[in-house]
Design a binder for this molecule. Structure first.
Ligand code: AMP
Length: 582
């Protein structure tokens, strides 16, 4: 653990613009969510994410301000003002209203990162329906499970992803509409599908938003647990309070910032911080369609004069691999503040930022369920490299023991818990209230993470408290992967773990035993890899598969993933008293 922070503190103090959060301790002591609520618009007492992110700016002083700088993969750049965003979102809202989409209907988004995605997301929120974005690298099985679970009525997609929807459509009785955004490639929607352009072309540019209240549904993101298939964590429009507040005090957004969040719109950071935090703060937001590439990313920062950059540890480790010179060769002087989320950011990553950009990287922590950042490093507070930082004002975390009692002595490991009741907290797992209730025990929300708090109140991540795998910042539930593997005719049993990886933090690794008559051949291994990839997509499918004659199980037949992991890593096997006799 690094204990001398003087150098880092000095550099943090030298960060360009005066931070919005100048005195952390004072703001924490005085915190009142009502002060934040007073900074929102909330017309007629209604809460609507689209109103706070788009309409209030479009109708006010920021109408002609650029809301979105869009850079397509071919390098073409198009700017959209807040008025443009409002007009396009209104057209979509009218089009789906005409189709009969109702308040709280689940509308899925499974698209590339193109402007119409953002127009349709805000238009759907205006209508009062629930947006449910999906990671575009998901395979058909992963998509089907999520749409089925939420009884989605519409999916919006792009031609390159349409075959994955076609493959599952007949298995989804709730799915009434498939909308294809094909005009950018000159591709037609195809029979049985709706065409985005045709739907919106003649639609009115005016729309009266649904009068959603603070507790009306807004966003659903799927997240993985140890058991069962992914659950739809459902959020309400009240969450905008958290997006706006953390956008102001953690992301430190200022009027003239050019902000870039690299998260994929299919994950929660891709909505909360790629869309809602910047736009509720009225800030110009870069949407960069291209994928990762150190040189390309640096050039994007340079070309668009990005000032505030929010990315993830896996990306930072990939940038580190590309070398500090690759950053130093470019003029990245527009940058004033860099942040990271999704996995632990090692101290080396924080300090590397200092070398590469003359800026330390600020780590922060939150989850799909929390809806917004809960623990963070702030521009005005010295960083302790390797720490997630201090609680956001208004948030009360704790380290608790197995009986849900708070551990008050410093540097003791326990489960990280939060006092429930913050505005952006999820309100249910869709159609699974029991599982939701199980996350609240002893007066705490249980995060499923293990952590420590030091004597000065900084939180330090230790690891997951469950078997969930964190690969490149994306959570993967082992059960979902095991279920697909055992669907293959050759597989008798499957156990899936996270194997440590120097870049992606963990990779998905599977162990399988075969049914009688099948042989453990490299060809079968490849076939299983292909099967999982095809069904789940590359982000979820195992990167490694090992054959075992049988998997370690408890006497009640449960596969002991913990033991598989210990054996893989050469660690002590711990308590094996429940292990089934061979
Ligand atoms: P998700 O719900 O997919 O956003 O994933 C949330 C989980 O990612 C957390 O419960 C942690 O396990 C991990 N995570 C997110 N941010 C951090 C961080 N800054 N440090 C360590 N782990 C993190």
């Amino acid at each position: 653990m690094v204990t001398d922070y003087a150098e880092i503190a000095k550099d943090v103090a030298a960060l360009g613009a005066p931070p919005n959060l100048a005195d952390y301790q004072a703001l924490r002591a005085d915190w009142n969510w009502d002060d934040i609520i007073a900074e929102l618009d909330l017309p007629g007492g209604s809460y609507n994410l689209a109103h706070e992110c788009i309409d209030r700016h479009a109708n006010g002083d920021r109408g002609d301000k650029i809301a979105m700088i869009y850079e397509a993969t071919d390098g073409e750049v198009t700017n959209y003002t807040f008025k443009d965003m409002q007009r396009e979102a209104n057209k979509w809202a009218n089009a789906i209203t005409d189709l009969g989409i109702e308040k709280a209907d689940r509308v899925f988004f499974f698209t590339d990162r193109i402007p119409e995605l953002y127009f349709a997301i805000f238009g759907t929120l205006k209508r009062g329906a629930i947006i449910a974005p999906l990671f575009s690298a998901f395979g058909p099985e992963a998509v089907m499970e999520r749409i089925r679970r939420a009884e989605g009525v519409m999916v919006v997609t792009t031609p390159n992803l349409l075959s994955k929807i076609d493959a599952i459509r007949d298995d989804l009785p709730s799915l009434e509409h498939v909308v294809v955004i094909g005009h950018r490639q000159g591709v037609e929607a195809g029979e049985g599908n709706l065409d985005y352009m045709e739907m919106t072309e003649g639609a009115s540019e005016e729309f009266e938003n649904e009068q959603t209240g603070s507790e009306d549904w807004s966003v659903m993101h799927f997240t993985s647990g140890t058991t069962g298939l992914p659950k739809g964590a459902a959020h309400v429009h009240n969450a905008v309070i958290g997006h706006y507040a953390t956008g102001k005090h953690v992301i430190d957004l200022h009027e003239d910032d050019i902000y870039w969040c690299t998260a994929d719109p299919g994950w929660v950071t891709g909505t909360s911080y790629h869309m809602f935090a910047p736009w509720s703060n009225g800030v110009t937001n870069l949407v960069y369609e291209g994928g990762f590439g150190a040189g390309r990313w640096y050039e994007a920062i340079q070309r668009h004069n990005v000032t505030v950059w929010y990315t993830a540890p896996t990306a930072i480790r990939m940038l580190m691999k590309a070398g500090v010179d690759s950053a130093r060769q470019r003029d990245l002087s527009s940058l004033r503040y860099v942040m990271s989320v999704g996995e632990p950011l090692n101290p080396e990553g924080v300090l590397w930022g200092q070398d590469a950009f003359d800026l330390p990287i600020h780590d922060n922590w939150w989850q799909t369920e929390t809806g917004a950042i809960m623990i963070a490093n702030y521009p005005s507070v010295p960083i302790r490299p390797g720490s997630m930082g201090l609680p956001f004002p208004g948030i009360e975390p704790a380290i608790i023991d197995d009986q849900f009692n708070e551990i008050t002595e410093p540097d003791q490991e326990g489960q990280l818990a939060l006092k429930p009741g913050w505005p952006s907290m999820f309100r249910t797992y869709w159609n699974d209230q029991d599982r939701y209730d199980s996350r609240f025990q002893g007066g705490w929300y249980l995060t499923g993470d293990r952590a420590k708090r030091d004597a000065d109140g900084y939180y330090w991540f230790v690891g997951r408290d469950d078997d969930v795998i964190n690969t490149a910042g994306h959570l993967v539930g082992p059960f979902e992967v095991e279920s697909v593997l055992i669907e293959h005719e050759a597989v008798a049993e499957a156990g899936v773990i996270g194997k440590p990886d120097p870049v992606a933090m963990e990779i998905v690794k599977a162990f399988v035993s075969l049914k009688e008559g099948y042989e453990q051949t490299p060809q079968l291994r490849r076939e299983l890899m292909g099967h999982a990839r095809q069904r789940l997509g590359p982000g979820v499918a195992p990167r490694e598969i090992d054959f075992l004659d049988s998997l370690p199980k408890t006497r009640s037949g449960k596969i002991m993933r913990r033991l598989l992991k210990a054996r893989e890593l050469g660690l002590p096997e711990g308590d094996t008293s429940t292990l089934e006799d061979d």
